[in-house]
Design a protein around this ligand. Structure first.
Ligand code: SAJ
Length: 448
């Protein structure tokens, strides 16, 4: 349906929508107010869009509407400013408000089932609610990491069941989130954004939208290409982390210092990118997303062997850390059962407060299962409630450190004084080289 202006220019719904992006009158809906959706919603509100967040969690809706921040990568004052002072951001659990939106950005989780297969329940649930309320002139953009084909093969048919046609009546795109939790240099605004769509009109509309708040937007030929870009990015990380984890296990076997080797390899000024071993791979992305591609590849009778092998090696690291801890205690005549073990850091990575999907959490649980008397200190995780445990972070004192038969560094938070830890710990296993630069006896302070 096209409308002509008095100059004869075609004013299509797409052009009208793009004009509303430019003058910031477009209403923006963000579905999923987690570590991707809330920063995105705040960024759009900061430049003047009226944003309505949608989340099924009443607690999140209430906290956003109270200007009460719960995401580490969002500045408390910025959330209060756009919610309470400017009134540009609000939240709701009412799907019936979706038709008010000109743009709907979907940032819901894409977990795995226990068999490591894609779990699209959240994408499908949101798409089903949206399909009932879709109206002409809306842009729908999926940001959740998923396998190539999800937007075109799953979302598009569900939305077109409304009778509206993609590219003519509504616009559909995929633009992967690239949030790096805890990264102080790259935010939603200055991280390059890839955008793909099934057709040219949808892509132009989506590009026009993202260009309002993101410095550099990168168009690709289709939503499948954009989906593949993202899942490749995370596969790239998973494979390279697995490579250095495997090297760590080999160096342990050969009695070599893997950190020295990796630091020296990192001095090559070209053709290498530094990754470091650790107690395992956590978070909601790297351990999961590559298996979305692995699953899709089977449809084409293709085995993504790197993905399978990387997952296997990375999932083995917690057991390797446990075995090394048992070895260290045994060398001192101690068994794990009854040993007092202090874990430093249960969050899945440095300077984040999320202990879900964390190797540190898994190792703490494995230690407890084998009878160790486990306690933990994590300045960013005051309570540990994973795997059925309910522990409080203990204060990091000289006495607590000296009382432990083994201190186990699993997350290298910047806030911890590692010279203090080295001074008072009787035996220390450092799986992150957090004690880098601290003079110490490497028989007492052992590296992964
Ligand atoms: N890890 C290592 N060794 C390394 C790097 C990471 O053991 O050399 C571990 C971390 O400790 C952590 C896990 O891997 O447990 C994942 O860390 P990560 O920083 O790669 O992943 P996320 O999930 O915190 O954030 C990533 C983004 N990170 C970076 O690019 C640095 C990026 O891959 C994605 O934009 C984002 O996930 C996402 O949402 O997909």
């Amino acid at each position: 349906m096209s409308v002509y202006t008095n100059t004869g220019a075609v004013v299509s719904p797409a052009n009208e929508l793009m004009e509303k992006f430019k003058d910031r009158t477009a209403r923006v809906g963000v579905v999923g107010l987690g570590y991707v959706g809330l920063p995105f919603a705040v960024e759009k509100a900061k430049v003047g869009f009226r944003v309505l967040g949608f989340d099924r969690s009443g607690d999140r809706v209430d906290r956003v509407n109270a200007g009460d921040n719960y995401i580490g990568d969002v500045r408390d004052q910025e959330l209060r400013d756009v919610v309470l002072r400017k009134g540009l951001l609000a939240a709701t659990g009412d799907w019936d408000r979706l038709p008010e939106m000109d743009v709907i950005v979907i940032c819901v989780p894409t977990p795995l089932t226990r068999n490591l297969t894609p779990d699209l329940q959240y994408i499908q649930a949101v798409t089903a609610e949206l399909a009932k309320r879709l109206r002409p002139g809306q842009l729908v953009s999926l940001e959740s990491t998923t396998y190539p084909g999800t937007t075109e093969e799953v979302m598009k048919p569900m939305l077109e069941a409304s009778g509206l046609e993609e590219g003519r009546d509504f616009y559909l795109a995929f633009s992967p989130e690239r949030v790096d939790p805890g990264n102080k240099r790259y935010s939603t605004r200055n991280t390059n954004k890839v955008v793909g769509a099934a057709d040219g009109v949808s892509r132009e509309v989506a590009l026009a939208f993202y260009r309002q708040t993101i410095l550099h937007v990168v168009p690709v030929s289709s939503s499948r290409a954009a989906e593949m870009v993202k899942v490749f990015e995370n596969t790239f990380r998973a494979v390279n982390i697995a490579l250095v984890n495997e090297l760590a296990m080999l160096c342990d076997r050969m009695g070599m210092d893997v950190w020295e080797v990796l630091d020296a390899a990192g001095t090559k000024p070209f053709g290498i990118l530094s990754f470091y071993p650790g107690p395992g791979v956590g978070g909601h992305c790297i351990p999961l997303d590559p298996h979305y591609l692995e699953w899709k590849a089977r449809e084409f009778n293709f085995n993504t062997r790197f993905i399978a092998l990387a997952g296997e090696i990375n999932r083995r690291m917690p057991e390797f850390v446990l075995e090394k801890a048992m070895r260290l205690l045994s060398d001192r005549g101690l068994g794990l059962r009854g040993a007092k073990v202090l874990v430093l850091g249960v969050a899945y990575k440095k300077d984040v407060e999320d202990a879900r999907e964390s190797p540190g959490a898994e190792i703490l649980h494995l230690l407890a299962l084998r009878g160790a008397a486990v306690s933990y200190h994590d300045p960013l995780v005051p309570r540990f409630q994973e795997y059925g445990h309910d522990l409080a972070s203990v204060p990091l004192t000289a006495g607590v450190l000296a009382d432990a038969d083994l201190v186990l560094i699993l997350t290298d938070h910047s806030a911890v004084d590692y010279a203090f830890v080295v001074k008072h710990a009787r035996l220390l296993l450092d799986t992150r080289f957090a004690t880098r630069g601290v003079p110490c006896d490497r028989n007492r302070v052992v590296l992964l």
